[in-house]
Design a protein around this ligand. Structure first.
Ligand code: MSP
Length: 526
């Protein structure tokens, strides 16, 4: 397989179904992807971050029908009123948004499929099997379980708990069985392709059983991309959807862009859709002779009340339900910090409220306002020059350098929770430093002016490091810390501060205007 060397760092979210509005499970994937994208931008890499919507197929068609409108109208409505606005709500910095109903996508999907057909990768056959519309997938007998409650006595999908439908269709098939060995060899040569380890093991043992050919068309409805050589069929929604990752970056139309961006560095997905990304997608790319993505990272479920959160089970929570109270920074911080990435994690209001209070309001927010207030009170808002450092300042500088290096290394392991934990060692260290140094007591002794200046300069300097390291997770709060330190004038915009320089001590310029703004994380009303 050609291992192309694109120059850009390309990250993607799944493209989300427009059968319903986004909930915090979808927002979770997007926040993590956004965090990784922003961090890499701060490493001064050429980053491309893609998200979008998956609009074809029976699932979307049925929700449109249930709402009494045609599928196109429904998709337009959901994209404009829900899926695009939620990106603002959660402060996502995506470079593009692709909809599978756009011409730029539809035309290239046809080209891709025609190419596979021309190469003899596609044949005609009949498929009979149990289909789960919620998954948009044919199920194997092992994927089904006995239904309970209203579905007692029926076989149901193990993911959705809802009955499957028996379908028999004349379809076109992709010769996926021919890729079993090549995929296994690829996983072997690229041990980091599927992460975490548990996800990799699951996929490898699945593929080892031998792959079946894949039905890639449907003829019982027409909400999809037409099969180019047979207008009575539309392309299976998953084949259509997976191709978004290449159609959005110039595949078949803009070779320069395509070579710059493709292959993807990380496809972020929930574990529900791991096989599509780690088996079908690479097999499709192999068949077309295109480079494979470098990594597929499958994260766990967000659980609410112990169950996988979902709209259909009525545990769905909209991002704005949380953000209206806590703000987008706290929302982002919470999901990045509280969940060990790759594992399932529980959401609860008590937990987010507790972390907000302890870590954001009392930890970071209070620190930022205390430092600005003391520079205001003792030095009229002008950042003092530091005198000679003592062991305490040297230790603080060392903690800052280590926090920066550890956080950066955690990003390479795709471990946002560890990156933030590393940054928090500095938050705790500065708070401890201030408590020990007692600048309010030092201020009482006129002969200790220089010492007071050293303490406040060092505290402000630690805040500078924090602003740089927290910009990817909490862009709004970090921008306000930056502004409050008057850092822009000497150091330039926050987003342009390289992560690599974050831990270099002594970058703030004495004489800068330090101001105390509104509190970063205001106290919550009950
Ligand atoms: N349209 C497909 C993906 C096509 S990608 C080429 C799809 N869409 S979806 O709307 O169902 O979104 C699925 C993704 O949303 C999951 O893979 C996961 O990233 C995220 N999540 C949805 N519910 C979730 C939880 N309860 N918990 C965590 N993530 C969740 O599948």
């Amino acid at each position: 397989m050609p291992q192309a060397q694109s120059t850009a760092f390309y990250v993607t979210t799944p493209i989300y179904y427009v059968n319903d509005a986004p909930h915090i499970g979808h927002a979770y994937t997007t926040v993590v992807t956004d965090f990784i994208a922003r961090w890499h931008r701060q490493r001064q890499e050429d980053v491309w971050f893609l998200t979008g919507t998956d609009e074809h197929g029976e699932k979307v068609l049925r929700s449109a029908e249930a709402n009494g409108v045609d599928a196109r109208t429904w998709a337009d409505r959901l994209v404009e009123t829900a899926w695009k606005p939620v990106l603002e709500t959660i402060d996502a910095s995506n470079d593009d948004f692709i909809r599978t109903t756009e011409q730029r996508h539809v035309e290239r999907v046809k080209d891709f499929i025609q190419g596979l057909h021309d190469n003899g990768e596609i044949f005609e056959g009949t498929y009979e099997g149990a289909y789960c519309v919620a998954c948009e997938e044919y199920k194997q007998p092992g994927d089904l379980i006995d239904g309970t409650g209203e579905y007692e006595g029926q076989q149901v999908c193990s993911i959705h708990g809802r009955p499957v439908e028996m379908l028999a269709e004349k379809n076109y098939f992709f010769r996926m069985s021919a890729y079993t060995d090549r995929l296994l060899a690829f996983y072997e040569e690229n041990p980091d392709f599927i992460q975490p380890e548990s996800a990799r093991n699951e996929v490898v043992s699945f593929v080892k059983q031998g792959l079946q050919d894949l039905s890639i068309s449907r003829s019982t409805f027409d909400w999809g991309v037409e099969v180019p050589w047979d207008s009575s069929h539309v392309i299976y929604v998953w084949i259509d959807a997976l191709l978004n990752y290449v159609t959005a970056v110039g595949y078949g139309v803009d070779d320069d862009m395509f070579e710059r961006i493709w292959p993807a560095d990380i496809h972020f997905v929930g574990k529900d859709i791991l096989r599509f990304h780690a088996v079908i997608w690479p097999a499709m790319l192999m068949a077309a002779g295109l480079p494979l993505p470098k990594k597929v990272f499958a994260h766990g479920w967000l659980l609410v009340g112990g169950e996988k959160m979902s709209k259909s089970k009525l545990t769905g929570i909209a991002p704005s339900d949380i953000i209206d109270t806590f703000g987008s920074d706290a929302f982002r911080y919470y999901f990045l910090r509280a969940i060990a990435f790759g594992h399932d994690g529980s959401f609860s209001w008590e937990d987010i409220a507790a972390r907000y209070q302890a870590e954001l309001a009392n930890g970071l927010g209070n620190l930022a306002s205390r430092v600005a207030a003391m520079v205001g009170k003792y030095f009229d808002g002008t950042l003092p020059a530091p005198g000679s450092p003592t062991d305490a300042e040297n230790a603080l500088a060392a903690t800052a350098a280590k926090a920066a290096a550890d956080a950066d290394a955690a990003i390479d392991r795709v471990a946002p929770h560890e990156a933030l934990a590393a940054v928090w060692t500095l938050v705790d260290a500065v708070n401890g430093y201030i408590t020990e140094q007692q600048p309010w007591a030092v201020a009482k002794d006129e002969s200790q002016r220089e010492r007071l200046g050293t303490i406040l300069y060092s505290s402000a300097e630690a805040l500078r490091v924090l602003a740089v390291l927290l910009n990817a997770a909490m862009p709004k709060a970090s921008a306000r810390i930056w502004e409050s330190l008057g850092a822009q004038e000497h150091l330039g915009p926050l987003a342009a501060q390289p992560v690599a320089d974050a831990g270099i001590w002594g970058r703030l310029a004495p004489g800068a205007r330090v101001t105390k703004g509104e509190s970063l994380f205001p106290r919550l009303a009950e």
